[in-house]
Write a protein that binds this ligand. Structure first.
Ligand SMILES: N[C@@H](CCC(=O)N[C@@H](CSS)C(=O)NCC(=O)O)C(=O)O
Length: 256
C-alpha cells in the first residue's frame, strides 16, 4: 500500500524592526525567526540609552533574545550589549575578532550567526575601524528575499564611515565596500548604523549608482575622506574604552 506524507514546510518568517536612537542618530535592528516555536531574536547595534525600549519591544512581541551584536567598536555612543546581558540571562554578545573587544562570541568573515532557521553571514568590511563587519541575511530559497545587509558605519546612505581614527583607512574602506558590499545582488536592502539626513534604507544598486564617495575612483575617494573636516565624536573618550568591554566599563567592580 502506498503511503503519502505531506511535507507542508512553510518558509521561515522574518520579523524585522528598525529602531532609532536620536542623540547619536544610531539605528538598532531587531530580527527574529517568527515561524520557529521559540521566536529566537537578535539585536544589531543596540545603544545603552535605548536598551529598555528595545527589551520591552522584544517582550511585547514574545521573542526570545539570543544575541546582542555589534558591527564594530562604536566611537559616538556606548553599546547596549553589556546592559542587555545583565538584564536578559543567556543573551550572548557578538563582535568581530578583529575588533579586539570583549564579547562572548567572536566572528570573522564567512561565519554564520543562526537564529531559528534564519541566519546572518559575516563579511569583513574594515576601513572605518579595523574590526568593522557587515551582517548579511542568508542566501537561499528559505531565507528572506531580497537579502538585507547591515553595514554598520562602513557604508552609510549616500555616504560612508569616516576613516580618520581607530585604525581607519580610506584605502581599506574603498576595497572592502567594493569587494564585500557592492558584489551583493543590486536589490539587496542596505541598512546602516547611522543616518544624519533622514534616510532609513537604501539598496546596494542605488549606492553603486549614487553614493557620492564610493562611486569615485580610489584616489578621488582618498581625497574626499582626507578633507571631510569632521569634529571628533563628542563621546569618543568615553565610548571607545567602554565599548572595548561590551559597554560595561563603569559597572566593573573598582579596586580599593
Ligand atoms: N557628530 C557626531 C559624530 C558624527 C560622526 O563622526 N559620525 C561617524 C559615525 S559615528 S563614529 C561618521 O563616520 N560619519 C561620517 C560622515 O560622513 O558623517 C557626534 O559627535 O557623535
Amino acid at each position: 500500500m502506498a503511503s503519502f506524507t505531506t511535507l507542508s514546510q512553510s518558509p521561515p518568517k522574518l520579523l524585522f524592526r528598525q529602531l532609532f536612537e536620536k542623540e547619536s542618530s544610531t539605528y538598532t535592528y531587531l530580527l527574529a525567526d517568527c515561524s520557529h516555536p521559540d521566536k529566537p531574536a537578535l539585536l544589531i547595534d543596540p545603544v545603552d540609552r535605548t536598551v529598555d525600549r528595545d527589551l520591552n519591544l522584544v517582550k511585547e512581541l514574545g521573542l526570545k533574545l539570543i544575541y546582542a551584536m555589534n558591527t564594530h567598536v562604536h566611537a559616538d555612543h556606548v553599546t547596549g550589549t553589556g546592559l542587555i546581558k545583565g538584564k536578559v540571562p543567556g543573551v550572548k554578545s557578538v563582535i568581530s575578532k578583529a575588533s579586539g573587544s570583549k564579547a562572548d562570541v567572536f566572528v570573522e568573515a564567512g561565519d554564520k550567526i543562526s537564529f531559528g532557521d534564519l541566519f546572518l553571514e559575516v563579511r569583513a568590511t574594515p576601513g572605518h575601524t579595523m574590526g568593522c563587519v557587515t551582517y548579511v541575511t542568508g542566501a537561499g530559497p528559505d531565507q528572506p528575499q531580497p537579502r538585507m545587509a547591515f553595514t554598520g558605519d562602513a557604508l552609510l546612505i549616500r555616504g560612508c564611515g569616516r576613516t580618520d581614527f581607530q585604525g581607519g583607512s580610506s584605502q581599506q574602506l574603498y576595497k572592502s565596500v567594493h569587494s564585500q558590499i557592492f558584489t551583493l545582488p543590486k536589490e539587496t536592502l542596505q541598512y546602516p548604523a547611522h543616518d544624519y539626513k533622514g534616510f532609513s534604507v537604501t539598496t546596494v544598486g542605488e549606492e553603486m549608482l549614487y553614493n557620492p564617495r564610493l562611486t569615485k575612483d580610489e584616489e578621488t575617494f582618498k581625497n574626499i575622506m582626507e578633507n571631510l573636516n569632521l569634529a571628533y565624536p563628542k563621546m569618543i573618550d568615553v565610548a571607545v574604552p567602554a565599548n572595548m568591554v561590551c559597554g560595561l566599563q563603569d559597572l566593573e567592580p573598582k579596586a580599593d
